[in-house]
Design a protein around this ligand. Sequence first.
Ligand SMILES: *Cc1c(COP(=O)(O)O)cnc(C)c1O
Length: 364
Amino acid sequence: MHYKLLTPGPLTTTMTVKKAMLTDQCTWDQDYKEITQEIRRRLLELAEVSAKEYTTVLMQGSGSFGVEAVLSSMITSEDHLLICTNGAYGQRMATMCQRHNITHTIYQVPENDVPKAEAVQKLLNDYPSISAIAMVHSETTSGILNELDEIAAIAKVNDLLFIVDAMSSFGGIPLNVSELDIDFLISSSNKCIQGVPGFSFIICKKHELEKRKGHARTLSLDLYDQYQVMEKDGKWRFTSPTHTVLAFLQALKELELEGGIEQRYLRYLTNNHLLRQKMSELGYETFIQKHQGPFITSFLYPKNRPFNFNNFYHHLKHNGFVIYPGKISDHDCFRIGNIGEIYPEDIHRLAEIIEKYSEVAYVS
Ligand SMILES: *Cc1c(COP(=O)(O)O)cnc(C)c1O
């Protein structure tokens, strides 16, 4: 059954991105290795960083593999990591730290609020051994968009390593990585760049990456080793997801054709505003009141009438859209993403379907 994905990724891709996967590639072949190198170059341009100061490392697996590659191979046994979290993805970084015995402190913020610079500063005063900060940019759990500027400034002033999980935001919102002085930024192939799943990528400050050689706790996720091999001629250390790589290059070209990140951001923002406006007219409240991001929105189950998510989900799927269940700890929500190959006309159509559904549900 064909449907459009209103999810945070994998998301709806263009036919041309899907078609780019119709060739089989030899991983040793020069043409294929050059594709990898072109992807790495283009990602640096999107991040607004120089190839002198930064490098891109591609890593097999989903986004979490990229996050774990950074934490498990760049945080040394001497380090102390502060994790700012207001959702499941921040929490996942903490779980990774537990697995790898990485010294860490958690700064826990409610799911509908953002980490604050003053609180981070206070934690730094309380724990002078903190040497690194990690945070999520767009917390997909709720759809909230965390502010990076002030915490980035604190990291810089205190000479701390700054790690950002920009999984569900990179490519969909302007982000000046060198201005924010981010040391490691992680994202993946199947989010705002609008490729298909299969690998993550890490924009790394070269100097920090090279300094942390030899600290990896695993072989497969060794970020430095991956970098060293890839840097030579674009060869991935182990088998790479060749079809995904081809699709990703096509997706990068299409992002450029759309007008770059700024234009894509405006499309997402338009989709998101329209979605929230339409849903509000239909009586659905959002969980996030402040700092709502432009990528995905959590809606509370309606209070004034019975609501069955499963029923709602299948109704929408039957009509051509799939949405996501909620992920908020103590509120019943569902989530609707508006990224990927999605336009205002899709949101209008979705709203019409939901409007009819609500009427049906209300009457019965
Ligand atoms: C998607 C996502 C991840 C990675 O999840 P995977 O399922 O491993 O791809 C990490 N952080 C955020 C904020 C995400 O949205």
